[in-house]
Design a binder for this molecule. Structure first.
Ligand code: UD1
Ligand code: CA
Length: 460
């Protein structure tokens, strides 16, 4: 177990989000903001992770309920970042080593950067190490004031800064590493006599320097890593950067992405090489896509697996399903949860599958609803076929065995079974099993009345 502990600030109001939901639970690329931060923190193998909650504390805890091993420190009321960190003290009593402080709303920080911050901090034996960045527009951030030796002397908040200080373009990222030994006693010296009447955590820098303790900085190469989310506009900006980073990785690994700006790929999505993504594709959750697949425009795939060489034509939605090698889906198909499309099978336009298995080489090319159905290999499902799986209170299964042929516009009233190689005549309402090799025909017999039209006219 390491002696590095992590604390994450998540108690603030997030006023500018204009949201009833806690800011840190707003999703970016499909995951709550704070989840991105927790994943980065995890890479340090920390001895403990404490989330400081306050505003909408219960909602934040509920949102993180699935995450094991977190400690929550309650900050009530919220009197500033210094006061927030002080709430961690009871949870770390007796602990020594390094405390890394992160913000729940700063989700782009890379694990390598965090590692570098901790290394710099531990090697220099500093009381505190501040992650800083030079930015073209420092407005709103705390500024890094350096002394004649270029050492950090203080951090001054925008609202307390002189005009000269406002011109400093090196900013405080709000991410720090602290030596735990002096930390909490020093924090008790922070005062709230400033423009916002808050207990500023960055005041620690001045306090440490005044008593001759060492304070270090690590200057970031890419300031975008410490972009914070304070508004929905910034949420969109951060999400776009996250998405673009993932897309760049995928392109580098051999995936063709025709239009990165309109392609949205979640952080947990995996894609094989030679696969082509057309514009306007959304890949979400735990989706895995094999090699040499083609995903056409307007497709959304959630928590699904596509094997190599699968093709999804335009405007399909695929959820919690499996599309096997070489299968083709769409355009305009809806593949609902727990469906399996077999190797080289074909699901055409306006076909909906729900909890349905389609065997190898089978086809449902047009206008069908197939629900709770188990369909064998090399079956042909004619246009307009419908499984009547619901009787108003319960769902029932349809089984269609290998090689069967279902004529167009048939209804299969479940529970029902169509045997191997059997035929169902077009337009049938099948309510009883069709034995293997048989023809099932269930429709009104056609009567032709010769001369009927002329007869009708004569009567008029
Ligand atoms: C803070 C820093 C500033 C830095 C900037 C980087 C202070 C005083 N200033 O400013 O130097 O450049 O971050 O983004 O620290 N929070 C609490 N409890 C509180 C107040 C805040 O948990 O009582 C949390 C917020 O939810 C947020 C974080 O602390 O996650 C930062 O607070 P915020 O008010 O956004 O500080 P900034 O004004 O951005
Ligand atoms: Ca902020």
């Amino acid at each position: 177990m390491s002696d590095t502990h992590v604390a994450i600030l998540a108690a603030g109001k997030g006023t500018r989000m204009k949201s009833a939901q806690p800011k840190v639970l707003h999703p970016a690329a499909g995951l709550p903001l704070i989840e991105h931060v927790l994943r980065t923190a995890e890479r340090l193998n920390p001895a403990s992770v404490t989330v400081i909650v306050g505003h909408l504390a219960d909602a934040v805890k509920v949102g993180l309920a699935k995450r094991m091993g977190l400690t929550f420190a309650l900050q009530e009321p919220q009197l500033g970042t210094g006061h927030a960190l002080l709430q961690v003290e009871p949870h770390l009593r007796g602990a020594s080593g390094t405390l890394v402080l992160l913000s729940g709303d700063v989700p782009l920080l890379r694990p390598d950067t965090l590692r570098a911050l901790v290394d710099r901090h531990q090697k220099s034996r500093a009381a505190a190490t501040v992650l800083t960045a030079r930015v073209p527009q420092p407005r709103g951030y705390g500024r890094i004031v350096r002394d004649d030796n270029a050492a950090i002397a203080a951090i001054v908040e925008e609202k307390d800064a002189t005009d000269d200080q406002r011109r400093i373009d090196e900013i405080n990222s709000g991410i720090y590493a602290f030596d735990l030994a002096p930390l909490f006693d020093a924090l008790k010296n922070v005062r709230s006599s400033n423009a916002q009447n808050e207990y500023y955590l960055p005041d620690l820098v001045r306090i440490y320097r005044a008593r001759g303790d060492r304070v270090e900085t690590l200057i970031l190469d890419d300031a975008r890593e410490v972009l914070g989310v304070n508004s929905r506009k910034e949420l969109a900006e951060v999400t776009a950067i996250m998405n673009r980073n993932r897309i760049d990785e995928l392109m580098a690994s051999g995936v063709t992405i025709i239009d990165p700006a309109t392609t949205w790929i979640g952080p947990d999505v995996v894609i094989g090489s030679e696969t082509v993504l057309h514009p306007g594709v959304y890949l979400e959750g735990r989706t895995r896509i094999g090699q040499s697949c083609v995903i056409n425009s307007g497709v959304r795939i959630v928590d699904s697996t596509l094997d190599d060489e699968a093709v999804v034509n335009n405007f399909c939605v695929i959820c919690e399903s499996h599309i096997a090698r070489g299968a083709r889906v769409g355009p305009f198909a809806h593949i609902r949860p727990q469906s399996e499309v077999g190797e080289d099978a074909r699901i055409g336009n306006f076909v909906e599958l729900k909890k349905t298995t389609i065997g190898k080489g089978s086809k449902a090319s047009h206008l069908s609803y197939l629900g709770d159905a188990s369909i064998g290999e090399h079956v042909n499902i004619g246009a307009g076929t419908i499984t009547c799986n619901y009787d108003g209170s319960a769902k029932h299964p349809t089984v269609i065995e290998d090689g069967a042929f279902i004529g167009s516009d048939s209804q299969l009233v479940a529970p029902v079974r169509v045997g191997k190689d059997a035929y169902v005549a077009a337009g049938s309402s099948i309510v009883e099993d069709v034995p293997a090799g048989a023809l099932g025909i269930a429709r009104g017999r056609q009567i032709n009345k010769p001369g009927w039209v002329a007869e009708k006219k004569r009567k008029r």
